[in-house]
Design a protein around this ligand. Structure first.
Ligand SMILES: NC(=O)c1ccc[n+]([C@@H]2O[C@H](COP(=O)([O-])OP(=O)(O)OC[C@H]3O[C@@H](n4cnc5c(N)ncnc54)[C@H](OP(=O)(O)O)[C@@H]3O)[C@@H](O)[C@H]2O)c1
Ligand SMILES: CC(C)(CO)[C@@H](O)C(=O)[O-]
Length: 321
């Protein structure tokens, strides 16, 4: 994407679920040509927010040949569906354009870099992966709270920030495009720490809501909050062993932040459990447990959650869609 381009570009979205649809709505509202890449035909999307419902046109593409050149591809599938989207990513980036990885986890750029068309996958700048002369893979920490209520229809509950991206020169054009579409985009000088801070929200709220079948309000209950703190302090130790700079005060802040989300806020994992889809536990809690074991850190609370999540999650590919 050319630096400074902020209007009227083509953006392909692979993964038109909760987050993909919310981001597509913002980009379409700003006048961009949004292409929904996926399995379900869509000609418009609806975003339901505090101010009402807005409808935006999108183009649907059944296959990459239907899309044409794109300035930006947004990947918003679950982590475990990344491989399934590899064909889209390779084709959409084969003629240029950047990629925004709008997924949870801590290794978005490393996960997606090797899948990009003509990729060398060499690192270029903190947190972004340069794709030869083609483009840049920009990891995004998603703070949009989005709930898929029907195909092409998403309910959003705003928090004070939508996305965090690396504060690098390489990521700046993508950050500018998103901010130009009205999204609140924070540019982080220490993306590794920011990614682990976001991971803290996901290894606590997502398993606990999915396992209890309750929305984020459950985290305000004392015994649940104590469990969440054990999960969080273990994850902080793992994060710091991986190079992040977090403290137990950060763990408490994350829990307080989750406890004060807009009433009715859900989590992506609870939505998957309710819909009978595979859970994203391996990329979240599984990552903490694997890294904890590697560093010799006690991750007992996370390991217990991982066992329970594995027991309730259908295998990828067997979801009711
Ligand atoms: N929801 C939130 O509020 C939220 C907040 C922060 C972060 N996140 C993270 O953002 C990422 C996306 O989450 P989400 O909640 O938006 O998930 P989601 O609602 O399950 O949406 C994922 C979408 O990806 C599509 N998909 C899967 N494989 C595909 C493929 N091979 N080609 C094309 N499309 C494919 C799915 O299609 P089908 O419709 O056919 O299943 C679905 O529409 C996850 O990493 C999640 O943890 C979510
Ligand atoms: C936990 C969460 C609500 C925090 O933004 C979100 O990341 C999610 O649903 O995965």
């Amino acid at each position: 994407m050319n630096p400074g381009v902020t209007g009227g570009v083509t953006v392909a979205v692979v993964g038109m679920g909760a987050v993909g649809t919310a981001l597509a709505g913002a980009l379409a509202a700003a006048g961009h040509d949004v292409v929904a890449c996926g399995r379900r035909p869509l000609s418009s999307i609806e975003v339901v927010g505090a101010g009402g419902t807005a409808t935006y046109p999108v183009r649907w593409a059944a296959e990459p040949a239907d899309v044409g050149p794109v300035a930006l591809t947004i990947l918003a599938t679950k982590i475990h569906d990344t491989g399934g989207a590899a064909g889209w990513l390779a084709a959409l980036t084969s003629t240029g354009g950047d990629v925004l990885v709008a997924q949870n986890g801590v290794d978005q750029a490393e996960r997606v870099g090797p899948l990009i068309g003509g990729a060398g996958g060499s690192h270029r700048g903190a947190g972004s992966v340069g794709v030869g002369s083609v483009g840049v893979v920009v990891p995004a920490l998603v703070y949009v709270n989005a709930e898929r209520v029907a195909p092409g229809v998403v309910r959003t509950r705003r928090s004070d920030c939508d996305l965090v991206v690396p504060g690098t020169d390489e990521a700046a054009p993508v950050a500018d495009l998103l901010a130009g579409a009205g999204l609140v985009v924070e540019r982080s000088a220490d993306f590794a720490t920011a990614a682990w801070r976001k991971m803290l929200t996901n290894v606590s709220a997502n398993p606990i809501t999915a396992l209890t079948g309750r929305r984020v309000e459950v985290l305000a209950e004392q015994q649940v909050a104590e469990l969440a703190m054990r999960v969080l302090t273990e994850a902080v130790a793992v994060a710091n062993a991986e190079g992040a700079r977090l403290t137990d005060a950060d763990a408490r802040d994350v829990l307080t932040w989750l406890q004060t989300l807009a009433p009715g806020s859900t989590t992506s994992m609870l939505q998957d459990r309710d819909a009978g889809r595979p859970l994203e536990h391996d990329g979240l809690t599984g990552t903490v447990v694997r890294l904890g074991d590697r560093h010799g850190i006690d991750v007992g609370a996370n390991r217990t959650l991982l066992s329970l999540l594995s027991a309730v999650s259908p295998a990828a590919g067997s979801a009711s869609r």
